[in-house]
Structures are given as structure tokens and as C-alpha cells.
Design a protein around this ligand. Sequence first.
Ligand code: CO
Length: 134
Amino acid sequence: MKAIEHIGIAVSDLEQSIALYTALLNTPCYKTEEVDSEQVTTAFFQKGDQKIELLASTNPEGTIAKFIEKKGQGIHHIAFAVTDIKAEVQRLKAEGFVFVSEEPKRGADNKWVVFMHPKSAGGVLVELCQEIMP
Ligand code: CO
């Protein structure tokens, strides 16, 4: 693992939250992107080397919609940048961590991503992400 790449925050109204985080961070949103596989629209803010990723559900049955239903808006996951996502999955599996899906998927902002099961990570949803090289 290299560093925290971003923190994912579940929001119910993307436009409102973009305005809120623009004011909070004093930085404009640099990108919004729909991720069909996750049924979300994402919005990104860069602050130093780290990012904030806002996640709004595009489907009332989607995981973000269900998360907000249960817990309300707020921090949803922490993402760590890795250089070799498959090797890191193998390393962490050997340490006893369980993944939601072990096969990296194409995520937002040009990344391969995998999610670890929160039950195996002390209640925190951990994402590993690796930049997709052109
Ligand atoms: Co993320």
C-alpha cells in the first residue's frame, strides 16, 4: 500500500453536496463520472495528494442508496493506492482479509478497484485502487 488515495462519502443529493464540498475545501469539483457497475455518480475534489470522492446512487436499490437508508449520509470507504492490485489482494488474503470480489473492476477516475469486506477490516469498507495505465 502506498498512501490514502481518497475518502469516499455517500451523499443523497449530488448537486447540493458538490456545492457544500466546494465551499468546505475551497476547491472546485474537477470531475463527475457515472460508474454503471456500481450504480453511482461520483464527483471528485483534489486536496493535496488526496481526493474526496462523493458518491450518489443512480438506483434506489443500489448499494449507496441502501447505505444511506441504514446509516445516513457520511463516510463510506477509505481507498488506498497500490502499485500491484492483484499482488496486494493475494498478500491481504494470506493475512486473512476477505474481499467482496477479488477480481479488480474498472472504477471511477481511471482506476482498477477492489473492495474488502468491512467485516474483515474492523467495520471499515476498504478499497484498493491502482491507476489504469494507458
Ligand atoms: Co472510491
